[in-house]
Design a protein around this ligand. Sequence first.
Ligand code: SF4
Length: 400
Amino acid sequence: MNCNTDAELYSILETKGLIVFGVGNYFEQFCKQYPELVDKIVFCIDNNYQGELSLESGKSIYVYNPQYIKNIFNISEYVFLFCSSYALDMKQQVDEYLNIEYEYFEYPFCVTHPDKKIYKRIIAPLLMWQDEQQILESVNCNTWEEFLKKYKSNDISIIPRLVIVLTTKCSLRCKDCNELIGYYSHPKDLIKKKIIDSLEKLMKIIDIIPCCELIGGEPFLASIFDDVLSFLLEQTKVTRIEITTNGTIINKNLSIDNLKNPKVVIRLSDYGNEVNQGKFIEFMKNNDVNMEVLKDMMWVVPGGPEKRDRDTIELIKQYDRCQGGQICKCLWEDKLFGCVRAASLENLGYTMTNQYIEINDSTNLKMEVNNFLTLPYYEACNHCNLGLRDLEYIQPAIQL
Ligand code: SF4
């Protein structure tokens, strides 16, 4: 790869055409940031979208299947830009098709190799909930360079999104539950004191924690639901609280005022004919609770809890690809895990190295959190199929 800077790409594009791989969120960001480079795009390729793509600027670009690049006669006249958090996989795919040397860049630019993990694990997820200015202001920085410097010296600490497990009780028995809830023979609520004490400790050392998510099992079955939600609503560092539910439980004992708080959003996956969610949706609508119904979602098959036989290189790639590992750091009572799956594995007796931070035992929690969030790989991925290159999709919530 060239020196991965926008200046170098500008210079190369004086004589070459640009092929962009990936037309998702990163591409949208690229088009906004570099409108003049968009004019240099000859075409785009993408694994999930093909056809004409209209950009906000009014320009249209054609998107082909990646195999299309096999037709290019003189590859030295082009430069590739990998525009996704899956840049490693994209490069591998292009290597397979071309089998010769070629020039390429990765967007975002200017992120040197050691800082890439911080970009991927901290900055990119943060940008999902806050804009650049909000983020920089909240940690008293003027530039990203300053941000990186402070982050690396542990002056600041951030968890972009924290998933808090309330209970292992659930009203459904989904065959492909990523959290392995069907494996619990004695489902129970988690211990409220441990959760609140841990959150208090985290809130003291974390500068930004824009999004928290409450989950179960089914969170509306948890007797500790209101207490944990009330605590989160008082935290100024938390600006959005998501409640992920299967939409089967209407718990009339819960505080509707808490649910109606503008910080709260209920996220409900539409399970089609598998589950009747009509009454739940009606109840929340009648009470003016903010709700997102996620339609046409497919689930990825995570597989069972048993250990696979993957080497470290594969685990690095898997952790790099997995969105859960990126935006679902998970609090299970007094332990902070890399993802929800890992937390559940531990509680089912699958213990491994680098799995969690013990919040109460930490002597330098800030540093430990920062190191933990930028681990190169995660052992738990050896017990999970999310984050594989070739994923298997199924209808959501198929029951056991
Ligand atoms: S175990 Fe690894 S692949 Fe599975 S959800 Fe967690 S981070 Fe992703």
